[in-house]
Every structure is written in structure tokens, then in C-alpha cells.
Design a protein around this ligand. Sequence first.
Ligand code: GDP
Ligand code: MN
Length: 391
Amino acid sequence: MNIHEFQAKQILGRFGAPVPKGQPASTPEEAAAAFKALGQPKAVVKAQIHAGGRGKAGGVKLLSSADEAREFAAKLLGKPLVTHQTGPEGRVVRRVYIEEASQVARELYLGLLVDRNSGSVSVIASTEGGMDIEEVAAKTPERITTEAINPLLGLSGFVARKIAFSLGVKDKEVNQFVTLLTALHRAFWETDASLIEINPLVVTADGRVICLDAKMSFDDNGLFRHPDIRELRDPNEEDPAETEAAKFELSYVHLDGNIGCMVNGAGLAMATMDIVKYYGAEPANFLDVGGGANTEKVAAAFRILLSDKRVKAVLINIFGGIMRCDVLAQGVVEAAQQVSLSLPLVVRMEGTNVDQGKKILADSGIKVIAAADLADAARRVTEAIGARKAP
Ligand code: GDP
Ligand code: MN
């Protein structure tokens, strides 16, 4: 789960990381009031969306009066902001963040993430602050330092100092950097984060080291331990189909193709996607309804699939182990009736109560294309949309 910059800064601030003072606003009036409340000659107004690249897209501006803050907020709020990370449709700005301005002397990059290669949390640091780290990694990898943090020892002072030196941080700024990184590292562990990205981390003209931008993501599987963080979920920033799927505890990932797939078991779901591709079409999603799905869950899964307007045909591939085929069939019939299904529907079922399942489908009056096996199912569904390529 991702959160907004201002929320990440509030969390990091609580752990003792230096962040500029600021206040979120959801109307131009609130933005003007927030500017006044800061009581400083200048402030930065920043669009709050779950995407970076706001600076270049005109979503970040240094302003010198409450009136300017009001005007700029009015320009941003309620409208989509298109950055290189949002896709062409952009993201609607529903809040802005008004923050004290910093006098930037140097911009650096600092990130912490779960590093599967080293089996630990790694710190990524670079002198190229304000740039996409992926781009730095591709063009000038020598400007990136990666330090795996031993999970048993934690972040030792000497490791933090080593990272500081690799960034050219000097003198009294070294201790500030060490304090900041220690705070980030503690925040990472204690919130079950999966990513903290400070881009840029800045050294100011008066020698302070602060987090000028902040991005935080959390491990969804750890969220039950952090009800306060779970509250920060912003449904406006999430794919509505994925939000709906989460409600029913379905594993659903939206993809770009046009074959809606409903499968039980992650391995079978991946095999189904592979074979759909092999026969010349693209899956519209990954969807694992799980082992013990009931009728309600299956119906929800089916509705979610069909809510994707790009879906041109549906492939249901279920192996009835714990999941019973009659339960599946009942769910499909209910959902198909609710949405008055008009797309081709290919069903391949095997296993527990398969005959009852087939009978329920046959008696339902829904047009079902029955498939004999996995390959047959893929063949039929790709044929149904005229995309079949392979033998
Ligand atoms: P992003 O473009 O979405 O990553 O948004 P950032 O929060 O990183 O802001 C973009 C850029 O705006 C930063 O890289 C800075 O160069 C600049 N910026 C943001 N806040 C300040 C500030 O207080 N002072 C100065 N001088 N520059 C700022
Ligand atoms: Mn940034």
C-alpha cells in the first residue's frame, strides 16, 4: 500500500527524521490559511498524488504569498496532473501540501527497500538527487551505493557514516545524516514498510540535512499490525477493481489484455495466463479466487472481471480440490444473471463435484463454452475473440 508524501513525512517526523514543517489542504482557502500559518516569506505548494515527477509536470511551486498559494491550489485541485509516472490520463489532485521552503545547496538520493538478493533491507544512496533512480542506475551506475543492512546487527554507525561519505556529506552534516538514516531505518522496520524513498534528500545552504520529498510503501501483509497506517489508504489512488477484490480477499492484479481469467490457485492462474498468451491472446488480469471460495466470493470475482470494459471473453479454469465445482458453478450463474452476461464464457472445470457443476451451468440457460482441458480452454477462448495464433 502506498501513501501520500505529506503522510509519509508525518510518519518519518514521528521517528525523528528531519522534515520541513507543512500542512495539507483540500481547498484553495485552506491552502492560503496554511501559508499564513507557516508565517514565513516563502512556501512550497505541492500536489499530493501517488506518483512522482510532479516537479517537472508543474505540480510543485515555490510561492511568496497566501494569495499565490490560494491561486496555485485552485489551479491544481480537482484536476488531473499528468506526470511521467501517472500514464496519459493523470491523477486527480484532491489535496495539496503547503510546506516551508528550503534553501537547497545539494540534492541527494536515499532509499530503503526490501532487497531480495541480499535477503535484507538495503540502503540505496546516490549523489544524483531529484533524478529517477532507475535512470541513474541505467546511465551512471557508479553514482549509486548499495549497502545491505544486517538484520541482526541493525544499522551500525560505521555503515551509516560510510554511506554519508559515499555521498560526499562532510563535517557536522555527517552526524545529522547518521541520525536521519537511523530514523528512516527504524521507521522502515517498525511500520513494516517495503519502501522508503527520499528523493531528494537535501543539504540546505545553512548546513541542515532534511527529507525534501518522501515516498513510503507498506507490506500489505503487515498492515493488520498497523491500523493507523491502514487508515491512510486512499481509494482514489487505487484501481477500483483491486479495491473491490481486496474486500473479498481475492488476489487480483489488473493487466492490459482482454481475456478475463478466473482461476483457483496462483500456480494454475499463472499457467492459465501463459497458455492464453501461447494461443495468441493477452490476459486481462491475474485472479486467484483461492482454495475455499464460496458462492459469494466467486460471484464477486466474476463481477470484477466483467467490470473491466476491455474484457472481450472470460475463461474460468478451476480445479476442484478443496473448492467444489458446484459452488463455483452456482457463483458464476448468480453473477452472470446479475450482470446479464453477453461475452463468450469458456469454462474448464475438473475435480470435486464436477458433474453437479456442469449440470448447474447447463440448466442455468447461460451460454457456456465447455472446454475439455486447459489447452482446449485456451484454444476456445482465443478463437472466441478471433485472436488464435498457435496450433
Ligand atoms: P517530485 O517531482 O514529484 O519528485 O516532487 P519533489 O518533492 O521531489 O519536488 C521536485 C523538486 O522541486 C525537487 O527535486 C526540488 O528541486 C524542488 N523543490 C521542492 N521543494 C523545494 C524547496 O523547498 N526549495 C527548493 N529550492 N526546491 C524545492
Ligand atoms: Mn521527488
